[in-house]
Design a binder for this molecule. Structure first.
Ligand code: HEC
Ligand code: HEC
Length: 215
């Protein structure tokens, strides 16, 4: 009787400890405690690499603070999206903390760093490296870093994202469904870009690899 009591207590203790330590991999691969917090892996890929053809973004190697901000912005509606809003709403703060920390520690794709001084021939490269200052459009690398690899927690990487995803975000700013950027930094830029420019600059950043720019 006594033995049974202690082993039962042990079991209860072990299961309550497990409930406290949020398992980031379980959230990513199986979803959160709330069934509406769907498994991230379904859309963001086995290693957080995203799904280019579907326009699902890469999360591997993004700043944890940037991702936490985005999940909060989906929740508040500053970044309106019918897929991510219910998922962000269903995640607990502990699950958000765990899964974003885990994803931030994954490797980002390697790209050759191309800065302002590099040659720029195509429309995409010119916007990325020179901007269009006559229309008050700064070069993207001024904020997003050489090759758009991202800078700190505020400026996310553009390299390693698909052209579909990049152009969908620029269009979201143009349409006003994404308005989560401080001081309208991106909205101001996106509204000045033409359709052809959005296509070209998105294709440019999506084409970057270890050898340089393929576009
Ligand atoms: C059914 C598909 C789907 C699932 C499941 C999913 N996502 Fe997403 N996620 C998306 C899409 C689509 C976007 C881009 C939405 C937009 O345009 O704003 C996105 C965007 C994001 C972003 C913003 C990335 C950026 O670069 O700004 C984060 C962070 C994110 N998801 C985290 C998660 C986490 C964490 C989970 C799992 C708990 C998850 N997602 C599950 C489809 C999904
Ligand atoms: C003045 C600084 C600045 C410049 C210049 C700039 N950006 Fe941004 N960009 C930002 C900030 C800040 C964010 C993140 C906003 C947020 O908090 O969600 C961002 C986010 C983005 C995103 C969304 C990435 C994601 O993971 O969802 C895209 C796409 C983007 N910028 C494209 C561009 C392009 C293309 C250019 C050049 C034409 C450019 N940006 C120039 C500041 C800038």
């Amino acid at each position: 009787m006594k033995v049974a009591f202690w082993s039962l207590t042990g079991l209860l203790l072990a299961s309550s400890l497990q409930a406290f330590a949020t398992d980031a991999t379980a959230v990513y691969t199986k979803g959160g405690g709330n069934p509406a917090a769907m498994a991230c892996i379904t859309c963001h890929g086995a290693e957080g690499e995203g799904m280019a053809a579907a326009g699902f973004p890469r999360l591997a190697g993004l700043s944890a603070d940037y991702m936490k901000k985005q999940l909060g912005d989906y929740l508040s509606g500053d970044r309106a999206n019918p897929i991510m809003q219910p998922i962000a709403a269903a995640l607990t703060p502990e699950e958000v903390e765990a899964v974003t920390t885990m994803l931030a520690s994954k490797p980002a794709p390697k790209v050759k760093k191309i800065g302002r001084a590099a040659e720029a021939q195509t429309l995409g490269a010119i916007l990325a490296l020179r901007g269009a200052w006559e229309r008050n459009i700064p070069e993207c690398v001024a904020c997003h870093g050489p090759s758009g690899v991202g800078v700190g927690d505020a400026f996310p990487p553009l390299a390693g994202q698909s052209a579909q995803y990049l152009s969908s975000q620029l269009n979201a700013w143009r349409q006003g469904t994404r308005k989560n950027d401080p001081n309208d930094l991106m909205g101001h830029i996106a509204r000045k870009l033409t359709d052809d420019e959005i296509k070209a600059v998105s294709a440019y950043f999506a084409s970057l690899n270890e050898a340089g720019a393929a576009q």
